[in-house]
Design a protein around this ligand. Structure first.
Ligand code: ZN
Length: 299
């Protein structure tokens, strides 16, 4: 066995400035990559133009730099990758693994049963479009009842993907490619071997593995770190008005991120320099110490 050299990544969405929740995922993926003498790449998940905040992508990169992160190679922008996504969709069309769907949200909601992420598409268009309507989405034929995978932190999962997810969209009727397709194409393009990211993406993992199988792409190892939660049990996010992190409190925020990840950094490091804290972090990172929880409420 000669495993592929480690390539990790951090993939923020530029819908606002970096906050503590996203810092945790950045720190975990960075430390895990560097401790394996691996590469650490950045991908800007800016597919969803309407949700994007102008200037946020640059702002995130500046903040990462101010925190002492060093990434390898150029940043990959999903907004520039439509051709690659379309080529992959064309491959799936040729293999008869996707089909066009022109159902309206309403038509689906009326008859679908509830799944993990909203209504499970009842397959109305699986055997051909049934109504006159030009705009169409492309759906993946989910012919797998169970998909079992191992998460390096959270353990084994058995996703009942047909029942709970159903035929998911790869390209929306408005022409936007879905996250699930883009992330699989980009992880392959960037040669990612290890995905370390927030536990909000656990549910997506089985769909991504399914697409990798269908496209004969390698499946990376997955490790989902706990999310930082608010007292109400919500994920810390732009929607819950998480405070942006700034350069002037970098040492404190980084120390807290390491603390959150189960590393127990010594208190004196809160008063030391950023390089000192990183050096300590690189010497003490252990994936096994990350709490095996999907969310941890911030005190
Ligand atoms: Zn349909």
């Amino acid at each position: 066995m000669n495993p592929r050299p480690y390539v990790g990544r951090f993939a923020p969405s530029p819908t606002g400035p970096l906050h503590f929740g996203s810092l945790i995922a950045a720190v975990a993926s960075y430390l895990d990559a560097r401790c394996h003498h691996g590469q650490w790449l950045i991908r800007m998940e800016d597919l969803d133009k309407p949700r994007e905040v102008p200037g946020a992508a640059d702002d995130i990169l500046r903040t990462l730099e101010a925190y002492g992160f060093e990434w390898d190679g150029p940043v990959l922008y999903q907004s520039q990758r439509d051709e690659a996504y379309q080529a992959t969709l064309d491959t799936l069309i040729e293999k008869d693994l996707v089909y066009p769907c022109n159902c309206s949200r309403r038509e689906v909601a009326d008859i679908a049963h509830a799944g993990l992420e909203g209504p499970v598409y009842p397959g109305l268009c699986r055997h051909g479009l049934s109504r006159e309507r030009k705009t169409r989405a492309w759906r993946f034929k989910t012919d797998v009842a169970h998909l079992v995978f191992k998460d390096e932190i959270q353990g084994m999962f058995d996703h009942r993907i047909q029942r709970d997810i159903g035929d998911f969209v790869l390209k929306r009727a408005d022409g936007l490619f879905a996250y699930q397709l883009a992330v699989v194409v980009d992880d392959a393009e960037q040669g990612i071997t290890h995905v370390v990211r927030g536990a909000d993406l656990l549910n997506s993992t089985s769909r991504q593995i399914l697409l990798q199988f269908s496209l004969k792409l390698a499946t990376p190892s997955y490790a989902h770190v706990p999310l930082a939660g608010t007292a109400d049990g919500d994920k810390l996010s732009k929607q819950t008005h998480a405070e942006p992190i700034t350069a002037d409190n970098a040492v404190e925020m980084l120390w807290q991120a390491m603390q959150f990840l189960g590393m127990a950094p010594p208190k004196y490091l809160r008063k030391e320099s950023l390089p000192d804290l990183w050096t300590w972090g690189l010497n003490h990172w252990e994936l096994d110490k990350v709490p095996k929880q999907q969310m941890i409420e911030l005190q």
